[in-house]
Design a protein around this ligand. Structure first.
Ligand SMILES: C[S@@+](CC[C@H](N)C(=O)[O-])C[C@H]1O[C@@H](n2cnc3c(N)ncnc32)[C@H](O)[C@@H]1O
Length: 343
């Protein structure tokens, strides 16, 4: 039987649960094997990377961060880099494009003795010589080589079906001097991955549960939201000075009981069990304007993760449609969920 292979990336710590999730939801899965620290190949009877991307968007698959169709897999021990590179244009041909993004990434240690940069330059030269316009990002089709400890895997996929436009989903965000917490990266990455505030009027209002020390509040203020930050803890003084920021020094539960305000966007990064946090999100849906958007992290920890996700989604389903659910690169033992209030 001819099978299809898709290369996917996930957090190294999430491998066992990512595998369990794939076997549970991908009906025609034949085998899932880990190939590198943060990568695995799923073999299916007929599902392609595009089918898996659709499943991921409909929420049941939360752990894959990046997907590409495997077109060749070479053993390091027997195959040199030039042979791997030589194969790239064969991989691209069926997509009928003259412009490609070339992505080189590594998952775990390899025995190859060259840098990612060198491999990219060599591969880009070969493709350019063969008439392709080669970019790092921004083309509709991405061709990639993923170097794993034993193999070099050539992949090709439409970027729209890859879950992330970054090589292997490895989003790189740099720390800025005015950053107040590492948690900021989670919200910044989410804004790159999903168009949360499409449709929200400029200068909308946001409510931030579990805001201290104020990283998410800072990002929201930067995007023009007038933000109410709810947390019993202290906010960084720099955040308190930002235009439109108000600190309510209380718990989310108390705030919910007392407020009469309505918001365009509700975000929640509270340190709280997923079921409690989800119930609070459902109770807080009435603070959102009709069809308002909410973002919540679900802090599952490392045990009974799929059961906790199922339970949380069932709770959230009482008030929201789930638009996006993914363990982002900057999530550790948690996932990020985007919800839309239904009426
Ligand atoms: C991971 S931190 C949030 C980091 C924040 N998003 C940032 O970007 O700086 C979790 C916060 O949840 C807050 N928290 C926990 N339980 C809460 C509750 N019931 N109501 C409000 N905040 C709560 C804690 O005080 C803590 O500041």
């Amino acid at each position: 039987m001819a099978t299809r292979k898709t290369l996917l990336s996930m957090a190294a710590d999430s491998w066992p649960v990512a595998k369990e999730e794939l076997l549970r939801h991908v009906e025609d899965a034949v085998e899932v094997r880990r190939v590198g620290e943060e990568s695995a190949v799923i073999e299916t009877a007929h599902s392609t990377a595009k089918d898996l991307a659709l499943l991921a968007r409909q929420a049941p698959l939360v752990f894959p961060r990046h997907l590409t169709n495997v077109v060749a897999e070479y053993d390091h021990a027997t195959t040199g880099l030039d042979t791997v590179i030589d194969f790239l244009d064969t991989a691209i041909r069926e997509y009928g494009t003259a412009e490609v993004s070339l992505q080189i990434w590594q998952s775990g240690k390899t025995t190859y003795k060259f840098s990612r940069h060198d491999a990219w330059e060599r591969a880009a030269q070969v493709l350019t010589d063969r008439g392709y316009q080669v970019t790092r990002t921004g083309s509709p089709v991405a061709v990639s080589i993923c170097f794993t400890p034993k193999t070099a895997i050539v992949g090709v996929n439409r970027v729209a079906d890859s879950l992330s436009s970054w090589p292997g989903g490895e989003v790189r965000l740099s720390k800025t001097p005015d950053q107040v917490s590492r948690a900021e990266f989670k919200l910044e990455e989410l804004f790159k991955a999903h168009p949360i505030d499409d449709g929200i009027e400029p200068k909308g209002t946001a409510l931030d549960y579990g805001a201290a020390p104020g990283g998410w509040t800072r990002i929201l203020a930067q995007r023009g939201y007038r933000t109410t930050a709810v947390d019993p803890g202290d906010l960084d003084p720099r955040v308190l000075q930002l235009p439109g920021v108000v600190h309510e020094r209380t718990t989310a539960g108390n705030f919910l009981r007392e407020t009469r305000d309505r918001f365009d966007l509700l975000v929640n990064d509270m340190k709280m069990s997923p079921d409690r946090s989800s119930r609070l999100m459902v109770d807080s849906a009435r603070l959102l304007k009709p069809f308002g958007v909410a973002v919540t992290t679900l802090k599952t920890g490392a045990h009974h993760v799929l059961e906790q996700i199922d339970e949380s989604f069932a709770i959230l389903g009482a008030a929201y449609d789930i638009e996006f659910a993914r363990q982002l690169r900057h999530n550790r033992n948690e996932l990020t969920v985007v919800l839309r209030r239904f009426d």
